[in-house]
Design a protein around this ligand. Structure first.
Ligand code: AMP
Ligand code: GLY
Length: 420
């Protein structure tokens, strides 16, 4: 069968590659995809991810068996709803269900209603009231833009001037436009962070192994928040009991709650969690696969990915089995300056030296007119490997990352170090 993936990042490359390894899949299209994916047999289609009409037309013309939606933006613009109306199978939540990611205020109210553990919070639309609340609560405190802000709409403020500045930027200067006219101010939580993703079909929940992302730009978790600089799975220092607790107290109640709200969730539910002294609590929900978590979690899937998705789309019980042994590690190569100002169009060097054993997931790469691969985004690509231990995985992968050393790019040298 032929399948279509919507999106263009490293996550979508990993999804495409896993689909290509499925027994019944012979063609994988990615719209719009990126040039770097083409080497691994993905057919890129020049249609933008929000152009539902053109995507539907393409899916019908090619008679694709189903479509997988990667990013949040098309989900929140209702791509899945449009596909369903056209009689096509699309894997991902409806616009109504994707609101669990699209509005932090909605997510907080939802968690409160269904007693899902999360930081205490309050939502504001008026600057003056928000500022008074900040002053009453004191620091450390966390300020979040209500809407989508590409992972950058969160300020963790350790001092009051920082908190006030963040609030001003969001509410008065509309730093994230409409997304930050409303803000959620929440209690600062302490603990180890991890990502728990699950295949969800209404009240059914099939969890994946957990992963840990590295959100800050620089070593030692310093610098600004990014989309993610690297990840690994599983996370050996998070006890299995705690993960089980998160599945029972967070994932299952969330799936059930969404059904009760009339926003039945079908797709990937991503819980960004923090292991506090009082147990796991939610930092955020996403309505999709994480990036870069997917690049280290999907390779652990032992059952057939296309069959799994097809089964969920047909309301059948899927075969969901993940590898138990060893560890997958992924490290992002980013453009110098990311996540702030950076240049694109920089030549990628050393890629041809990377061992064929290493998976390369392209995020922001393209071919120039001479046929050379150049950068085309903040996160450029991710190298991923598997090993029995983290120590071994880090040794292998950092030797490969070195081959890509180039003053126009950077990567963190401590990805996975905590798990050694
Ligand atoms: P988010 O975009 O919601 O995942 O938040 C980005 C990052 O901000 C998270 O990965 C955390 O490191 C941090 N963060 C968010 N909410 C809290 C919180 N309530 N307490 C402490 N840190 C937080
Ligand atoms: N890696 C975090 C996210 O996908 O939102």
């Amino acid at each position: 069968m032929k399948v279509l993936v919507i999106g263009s990042g490293g996550r979508e490359h990993a999804i495409c590659q896993k689909l290509l390894s499925s027994r019944d899949v012979d063609t994988v299209f990615c719209a719009p995809g990126n040039d770097g994916m083409k080497n691994s047999g993905v057919h890129c289609v020049d249609i933008q991810e929000k152009n539902a009409k053109a995507l539907i037309h393409f899916a019908q013309e090619e008679a694709v068996a189903f479509t997988v939606v990667g990013p949040e933006i098309p989900l929140l613009s209702g791509v899945v709803d449009a596909f369903t109306e056209a009689g096509l199978l699309a894997f991902g939540p409806t616009k109504a269900a994707a609101l669990i990611e699209g509005s932090k205020d909605f997510a907080k109210q939802f968690m409160q209603k269904y007693a899902i553990p999360t930081a205490n919070s309050k939502t504001f639309t008026k600057y003056k009231e928000a500022k008074a609340y900040l002053e009453e609560k004191g620091v450390p405190i966390v300020i979040k833009a209500d809407g989508l802000a590409a992972g950058k709409g969160v300020a963790v403020a350790m001092t009051m001037p920082e908190a006030v500045l963040a609030l001003k930027e969001m509410m008065l200067e509309e730093r994230f436009g409409e997304a930050s006219q409303k803000v959620v101010i929440e209690e600062f939580l302490e603990g180890e962070e991890f990502s728990l993703m699950a295949f969800v079909n209404g009240e059914e929940v099939y969890p994946m192994p957990i992963a840990q992302d590295h959100k800050r730009a620089y070593d030692g978790d310093k610098g600004p928040n990014t989309g993610g600089m690297g990840a690994y799975s599983p996370v050996p220092h998070i006890p299995e009991k705690l993960v089980e607790e998160a599945i029972q107290t967070i994932l299952f109640p969330a799936a059930k709650g969404m059904v009760e709200e009339g926003r039945e969730f079908r797709g990937i539910l991503y819980a960004g969690l923090i292991a506090t002294n009082e147990g796991p609590k939610v930092i955020e929900f996403n309505a999709r696969f994480g990036d870069p978590e997917t690049q280290v979690v999907l390779p652990r899937l032992e059952s057939d990915f296309a069959e799994l998705i097809f089964a969920l789309l047909k309301n059948e019980t899927p075969d969901v089995r993940f590898k138990k042994a060893g560890i997958h590690l992924g490290i992002v190569l980013a453009s110098k300056g990311y996540p702030e100002q950076y240049e694109t169009g920089q030549l990628l060097t050393g890629l041809d030296q990377v061992s064929p054993e290493i998976a390369i997931y392209h995020a922001g790469t393209k071919l120039d007119t001479a046929g050379n691969l150049i950068s085309n985004g903040g996160r450029v690509l991710l190298l991923q490997t598997f090993a029995n231990t983290m120590k071994e995985a880090r040794q292998i992968l950092y030797a490969e990352m070195k081959k890509l050393d180039n003053p126009n790019f950077f990567y963190r040298i401590d990805i996975g170090a905590k798990a050694e």
